[in-house]
Ligand binder design. Structure first.
Ligand code: HEM
Length: 552
């Protein structure tokens, strides 16, 4: 027992039943008091428990209000949200069936940037030419990442390829692929010859139809993806080759399911919903199918390259990629040019280069069916400038401004990739009075520019090629024409896509007159929108202008 008021010093040990020390306290200044038993002198100048609790509570409250204030500050600066998001699902159900019309309405309501929530993820939609240019060109160095996307996960190859990667991998693969495509003559006659070879086979298929109704979509897809084959493997495949047919069919099935993939990007649990409601399994199976078929084709090509018994082996994407890979490795440089990235880049080129170009061709014929005068003018220009003796070439492009205007007007009105691909900010950015945090997904609303009446006039919703021609009939370039997007992520295949559109469509119109099955019941212009905007399936009669009877 310590006498009252007496100071103690030493250590106070707490022991358990078996005598082990549990805790030792210094009791330098322990004092025995009447009312409290033992307490320390330090305690005498420290606040008691109530004071500590009260102070802690006040501090926590201050922290909470400070953080809440900062959060509100940030939220206040976020682009406006047109409708209040629901818990868990966000704005997914507010978008409805017609995403174009909804985004148009929200653009009008909120201006150049508005926020929506896919699940609990903030997504900022960027609309209008000025704002799109500011965000994706002027601030392009910090708005060109990609968010994680299910399409990438579905193929099971991690962060590979060009389309869905960011940072170092993306930069190296994009630059190497562009260099290879340029070596192959993207934008020059070398590639034009390969495209023309495919166009000739395509026309033969249509001639064989002898004017019977045909759904152009299938033929066109197969031919357009064969142009990619002639670059990747150095040769075209027969349209009847079962493995090639399966690759194209799988790609098409993936494109058809792309809407479900967009939802899964933000609400990953949707992929487990029974019955494959969001088509996650369909995407996974078909992506894997495409990858496996391409791996098989690539190993065959590399096998023949080693034995050297195939004429095309020295001039294809695969051998150029390998050469670049070796150069880097021999120089002792770190490189992303490995096998997985090669396969995924090939998948990317097939996927990005097939549906976009083939849909634009099919849209063009569909628009022409609604407008006989336009078709007459195209025929007149082609007959005058090229005739029927030879196939049109890239040199004819400058002599065919009307056809050029028809192609541009098709791309504008069809708006084939209406919302581009999603981007992600790598830094916080400011747009006008709003702040978009780092890591936010961005949707470039290309559709808002391509259909803007302030740019194209009050008839922006109509097909009118003349808006791309001046009074002398010369072609007018418009800065706001951005179907290939803008900024560092601009479509990598733009030059190839433009060549394909010109060479396919000029030859098609030179040879055929496109006639609806029933002029009084024209096919609908309502699109099916996934990542691309594809016309609803329709049939058309392709009358051979050399052999079949013309319809006036
Ligand atoms: C009419 C034809 C085409 C249109 C309208 C089109 C449109 C687009 C658009 C809007 C993007 C997204 C750009 C962005 O993220 O902001 C894109 C990306 C891309 N396109 Fe195209 N495209 C076409 C043809 C092609 C062709 C023929 C190829 C293949 C050789 C191709 C390869 C790519 C690739 C690889 C990307 C990803 C670029 C990247 O992420 O860095 N495209 N395209």
């Amino acid at each position: 027992m310590v006498p009252k008021g007496q100071k103690l010093s030493g250590q106070l040990k707490f022991k358990d039943k078996s005598g082990h020390t549990l805790r030792a306290l210094d009791f330098a200044n322990i004092v025995q008091t009447e009312s409290q038993g033992i307490r320390t002198e330090r305690n005498m100048i420290q606040p008691d428990l109530t004071t500590v609790c009260t102070t802690t509570a006040i501090l926590l409250a201050c922290c909470y209000f400070f953080l809440q204030h900062r959060r509100n500050e940030n939220h206040r600066k976020l682009p406006p949200c047109p409708v209040r998001p629901w818990p868990v699902v966000g704005n997914i159900f507010s978008i409805g069936e017609d995403i174009r019309a909804q985004f148009k309405a929200w653009h009008k309501q909120c201006g150049g940037v508005f926020s929506i929530y896919f699940g609990s993820t903030l997504v900022v939609v960027v609309s209008g030419f000025r704002t799109i240019k500011e965000v994706f060109v002027h601030k392009g160095s910090v708005t060109s990442n990609r968010p994680e996307m299910f399409m990438n996960e579905a193929i099971g190859m991690g962060e590979t390829g060009i389309v869905f990667t960011s940072g170092v991998i993306w930069k190296e693969l994009r630059s190497a692929t562009l260099q290879i495509l340029k070596e192959f003559g993207m934008g020059t006659n070398l590639l034009a010859e390969k495209i023309q070879e495919e166009v000739t086979c395509y026309l033969e298929k249509l001639i064989k139809m002898r004017g019977e109704p045909v759904n152009l979509q299938h033929f066109t897809r197969v031919s357009v993806s064969n142009v990619i084959s002639s670059i990747i493997v150095g040769k075209r495949f027969s349209h009847e080759d079962p493995r090639y047919k399966e690759t194209v069919a799988s790609l098409m099935r993936v494109a058809e399911s792309s809407r479900g993939a967009t939802a899964i990007n933000f609400l990953p649990f949707l992929k487990y919903i029974p019955g494959d409601l969001f088509q996650a399994k369909k995407i996974q199976v078909n992506m894997t199918n495409v990858k496996d078929l391409l791996v098989e084709i690539v190993s065959e090509i590399e096998g023949t390259a080693v034995t050297g018994n195939q004429r095309s082996n020295s001039a294809n994407f695969i051998s150029s990629y390998r050469r670049k890979q070796q150069e880097k490795l021999q120089a002792g440089k770190r490189t992303s040019l490995d096998d997985d990235n090669m396969i995924k880049t090939i998948v990317d080129l097939y996927a990005a280069g097939t549906e976009t170009v083939s849909s634009t061709i099919v849209w063009c014929v569909l628009f022409i069916l609604q407008s006989t005068d336009v078709q007459k003018s195209i025929h007149a220009e082609l007959d005058r400038e090229v005739g029927q003796e030879r196939q049109p070439t890239m040199e004819d492009q400058a002599r065919l401004p009307y056809l050029g205007a028809v192609i541009k007007e098709t791309q504008r009105l069809a708006s084939t990739v209406p919302f581009s691909l999603m981007h992600k900010t790598s830094e916080e950015i400011t747009v006008g009075e709003f702040v978009i945090p780092r890591g936010t997904s961005l949707i470039p609303n290309l559709d808002s520019v391509l259909h803007d009446p302030e740019i194209w006039g009050s008839d922006a919703h109509k097909f009118n090629p003349k808006r791309f021609l001046d009074t002398d009939g010369s072609f007018i370039h418009r800065e706001e024409f951005i179907p290939f997007s803008i900024g560092p992520r601009l479509c990598l295949g733009e030059a190839l896509g433009k060549m394909e559109l010109f060479l396919f469509l000029s030859s098609m119109f030179q040879r055929f007159q496109f006639v609806p099955i029933d002029p009084l019941n024209l096919p609908t212009l309502k699109p099916n929108i996934g990542i691309t905007s594809v016309p609803a399936p329709y049939e058309v009669c392709c009358l051979d202008r050399l052999n079949d009877k013309k319809v006036s």
